[in-house]
Design a protein around this ligand. Structure first.
Ligand code: ADP
Length: 301
């Protein structure tokens, strides 16, 4: 098969790992910097170019679109879909997962476990929002944040009010969430491929830190997940429409609750913590599923 990895940097661990796995399994594979692509959007004859060269003949793409390039990156993925190339993750699914609020709404619609979450524009609603989330301590998040930046724990109602008002004063969109204290500063990353969790790790924040992000100094270890956690992660990925996803959940007193569903989950942490060849499993998933016409949306918005 001819597979393209849409990534800005061929030297990234995840990109390299997918490249090597595809090559080892006998495929022709290329890393394409999607920001250097341009597209011909004329009626009925979609095409993509890299410089003067037309990109054609691919059976599948693996989108690894950076959070800051979602707009252009998903347009490139959509263009491949219009050309009948199978994407591991479709453009609409990537866009959905990049919007925290939209993701939570979709998951809530299907009854997946979530922390109690509230969202508002008007700061006049602050008091009621705090009440909706059962009062302090509360977690307040910037909608645009990643890697734990813009995620704040407010221990008291007074602190919660100040943080909400400060963020709103900066005109940023925020959501407010009940604090899952019993998670103990740890979360579970479930790596979903197709309809299976193929690897799972527990990430523990460093001493005194409620955020478990590895970029913030957390550490990762292999973990056995429960059948309920397994089915919650698989359902979450399915609801978002993602073939490959990193589903983050917290262990709460009322069962697993979803934090986030990531459409370009990193491979380094999970492969090192679990010793599994996750990249090879992604390639096997492509081998099983990549056929022309297998894109559900075919580039539909
Ligand atoms: P980001 O997308 O920036 O990583 P998250 O929403 O995933 O932001 O939050 C970062 C980390 O903070 C989570 O992995 C989790 O460990 C912790 N956290 C976030 N929300 C809550 C919450 N409601 N209760 C307890 N811990 C939380």
């Amino acid at each position: 098969m001819k597979i393209a990895i849409l990534s800005r940097n061929p030297r990234l661990y995840s990109t390299k790992s997918l490249f090597d796995a595809a090559e080892k399994r006998g495929h022709e594979v290329k890393v394409i910097d999607y920001l250097r692509c341009h597209m011909n959007i004329s009626s009925g004859r979609p095409a993509i170019y890299l410089g003067d060269n037309k990109i054609e003949g691919y059976d599948a793409i693996i989108p690894r679109i950076g959070a800051s390039n979602t707009f252009f990156g998903t347009a490139v993925v959509r263009q491949f879909e219009m050309m009948d190339v199978y994407p591991v993750n479709e453009s609409v699914a990537i866009s959905r997962s990049r919007d925290k609020l939209r993701s939570l709404q979709l998951l809530s619609r299907k009854g997946v476990g979530l922390p109690v979450t509230a969202f508002a524009h008007d700061t006049k609603a602050t008091g009621h929002i705090i009440k909706l989330c059962n009062g302090a301590p509360l977690v307040i998040k910037l909608l645009e944040g990643t890697q734990g930046v813009g995620v704040v724990l407010a221990e008291t109602t007074k602190a919660a009010e100040s943080v909400i008002e400060a963020f709103r004063g900066l005109n940023s969109n925020i959501l407010v969430q009940e604090f899952i204290k019993e998670a103990g500063g740890a979360d579970i990353r479930c790596f979903v491929v197709g309809d299976k969790v193929v690897a799972a790790m527990k990430r523990q924040g460093k001493e005194g830190e409620f955020r478990s992000n590895l970029h913030r100094g957390g550490n990762a270890t292999v973990v056995r997940i429960t059948p309920e956690e397994r089915s919650t992660a698989v359902r979450a990925a399915k609801i978002m429409g993602l073939g490959v996803a990193g589903v983050d959940l917290l262990r709460s007193n009322h069962g697993p609750v979803i934090m986030e569903v990531n459409s370009s989950p990193g491979l380094e942490g999970i492969e090192k913590a679990t010793g599994k060849d996750v990249a090879a499993l992604v390639i096997q998933h492509i081998e099983k599923n990549a056929k022309p016409g297998k894109t559900r949306t075919r580039g539909q918005g």
